[in-house]
Structures are given as C-alpha cells and as structure tokens.
Design a protein around this ligand. Structure first.
Ligand SMILES: NC(=O)C1=CN([C@@H]2O[C@H](COP(=O)(O)OP(=O)(O)OC[C@H]3O[C@@H](n4cnc5c(N)ncnc54)[C@H](OP(=O)(O)O)[C@@H]3O)[C@@H](O)[C@H]2O)C=CC1
Ligand SMILES: O=C(O)C(=O)CO
Length: 310
C-alpha cells in the first residue's frame, strides 16, 4: 500500500512542508487538505483541527500529529482509542515563545506599562531601575516551552523558578512540583508566566485564590490558553492592585468581542494569540524525524498522554 501523509492546516505553510517532504521522503505521497487522494492510503495526518469523522474516513491512520504545540483543540473522545497523538515540538515554535515571553518579562521588569501611561499623561517621571537579579520570575509549566523560556531568563540574570506536575531539574531554576509546592512558588514570584497546557486540571487555574498567593502588584504574562484565566477574578485582582500589569496573548473567546473589558483596560497589554507559531520548514523536519522514530519502533518526541490531556 502507498503511504499518504495528509496535512490539514494553513495551506500556504503546507506547501512549505510539501517541499521538505518531497526532498527528504519522496516515497511518501504528501497531500494538502482537501486534496486527500485515496483515504485508505492516509497513514499519517497533521492537523490543527482534524475532521469529525476521522475514524471512518481514514481507516488506516497510524499517527495524528498536532500542527501546533497544544492539543486541547482535539476531541480525544472522537479519536480512535489506540491512535497515537503527537504534539508539535520544533525549534521554531520554541524560539518564537522565548522571544515573546522575554520581551514581555523585560517590559514588565523595566516598568514599560507605567511609562506608557505616563507618556499618555505627558508626565516625565523616572522610576528606580532594579537589577534583573532582584526580580523573581516564575514559570508555570516546565515543558518544551517553559524550560526554553527559563533558560533565556536565567541568562538575563533573573531570579527564576518553575512549577510543574512532576519534578524537574533545570539549571539555574528553583524547581517546584505539585500542589503542595505551589504556594511557596507563588509567594516568591514577582512576574508569573503561564505556559501550562489546557486540560481538565488546569482550566480556571489562574483564579482569585492563585492571585492572592502572589506578592501584591505581581505581573502576569499569560501565553497558555484563554480558559486558564478566570476573567472576573482577574479583573478584580487588577482593580485591587493584587495584579499590577498583565500581558495577555490568549483569551476566551478568541477573538475578543469589541466591547470586551480587556481591550481598553489600562493595565492589560493584549496580543492576538501570536506569542509563537509553528515554523513550517523546521516543523516538517521535526515530523520527519518522528516518522523515522515511529518506523523504527522508537518513542516519538512530543507523544501525548491522553489520560493527562497533554
Ligand atoms: N500563545 C501561543 O502562541 C502558544 C501557546 N502555547 C501553549 O503552551 C502550552 C505548553 O506547551 P509545551 O511547553 O510544548 O507543553 P509541554 O507538554 O511540553 O509542557 C507542559 C508542562 O505543563 C506541566 N503541567 C501540565 N499540567 C499540569 C498540572 N495540572 N499541574 C502542574 N503542571 C502541569 C507539565 O508538567 P510535567 O512536566 O510534570 O508533565 C509540563 O511541565 C501549550 O499546551 C499551549 O497551550 C503553545 C504554543 C504557542
Ligand atoms: O501551537 C500552539 O499550540 C499555538 O497556540 C500556536 O498558536
């Protein structure tokens, strides 16, 4: 049987994947949705949102690759139980996230939101300059993105900590694990970065209780998923000064409706879910490497544990 790799995401980027596959794996018939060819030959699918009838439509599917780092857009219940699911781990998406979070943390660290407000008022008011070593940054999520972001923040001299489900060791970072160690992690965090996946256990995680455990005036950089954030609790935390300034790249819903409070809030800087994006050329190389692993019977990089949801 011929092998088809089907790509179902942005077609322009798909053409760049096709170029890499054509050069590296001419034996694979690379197709871009909706040009699926013979559905029975589709053994691999890379998608942001797979078709609803995936099981019936592609009876010989062997692996589902997410075209992004997140897999929360997948309805696991609708996927064949034994189908391996793989999230995107590739250098381009990591680099983009490192750039975005570093920019946001540096902006909060150097009081850029306050200077923007002062500029709007025509006010020339210098504030004290604190060294990075005196700013405590905490990253929720020590996965591919969280660890890469922390490496850059450590290199810039920030006092860094991280929190995850299981214990990790990351050079230069105080690593905390599990619910018991969350309060201590939060209590020492001046700027909190959320890089958690969206799962049943992390939905609504950024709530009033969590905010109350941060030092007063803490900054927030939210690049996880919109539903992590409890909107009402967040607005109250901003109003009380519990949260000082926030940089939000993700919201619920996306896009935000025109009248939404976040748009014009003086303490919120908003971007339209652009913190990072899968880069087609390096992503295609990473997926080809995973195909090689799959064919050799080795574990793939970014394999999803459906029980955990990420
Ligand atoms: N805004 C944007 O443009 C983008 C946003 N993202 C978001 O970033 C997220 C993270 O990506 P990535 O780093 O690749 O993901 P990974 O799966 O590599 O890492 C997830 C991390 O979160 C931790 N975690 C998950 N659930 C819990 C929990 N309940 N309690 C404590 N820790 C938990 C994991 O802990 P452990 O290590 O113990 O398993 C792990 O350290 C994506 O899922 C996506 O939502 C991704 C790309 C772009
Ligand atoms: O890759 C992801 O999960 C993203 O959020 C990119 O937008």
């Amino acid at each position: 049987m011929n092998t088809t790799f089907l790509y179902k995401s942005d077609p322009m980027r798909g053409r760049q994947w096709a170029e890499v596959f054509g050069r590296r794996r001419p034996d694979i018939d690379f197709r871009i949705w909706p040009d699926i060819g013979d559905a029975a030959q589709v053994r691999f699918l890379a998608a942001w949102v797979p078709p609803d009838d995936i099981a019936e439509r592609f009876p010989n599917l062997e692996v589902l690759f997410s075209s992004g780092a997140g897999v929360d857009q997948f309805d696991f219940a609708a996927l064949p139980a034994a189908l391996p699911v793989v999230r995107m781990v590739e250098p381009g998406i990591v680099r983009g996230m490192v750039e975005y979070v570093t920019h946001a943390v540096l902006g909060l660290h150097r009081d850029m939101p306050q200077y923007r407000r002062q500029q709007n008022e025509g006010r020339w008011q210098p504030l004290p300059v604190r060294p990075a070593a005196e700013r405590r940054v905490g990253v929720l999520g020590l996965g591919s993105l969280g660890q890469a972001v922390l490496a850059q923040l450590v290199a810039l001299g920030f006092d860094c900590a991280g929190w995850s489900r299981s214990r990790h060791a990351v050079e230069g970072v105080q690593c905390h694990a599990g619910a018991d160690e969350l309060p201590a992690f939060l209590a020492r965090t001046d700027i909190l970065v959320c890089l958690l996946p969206l799962t049943d256990s992390t939905r609504g995680f950024l709530d009033a209780k969590l905010f109350s455990m941060l030092p007063i005036g803490a900054g927030l950089v939210h690049v996880g998923r919109g539903p992590h954030l409890v909107e009402r609790d967040f607005l109250e935390a901003l109003a009380s000064g519990q949260i000082g300034d926030a940089v939000l790249d993700v919201t619920d819903p996306e896009p935000l409706p025109p009248a939404h409070a976040f748009w014009r809030h003086p303490r919120i800087q908003l971007t339209p879910h652009i913190a990072s994006m899968t880069q087609p050329l390096s992503a295609a190389e990473a997926v080809l490497d995973n195909l090689r692993r799959f064919e050799a019977g080795e574990p793939m990089v970014g394999g999803v544990d459906r029980a955990k949801g990420y």
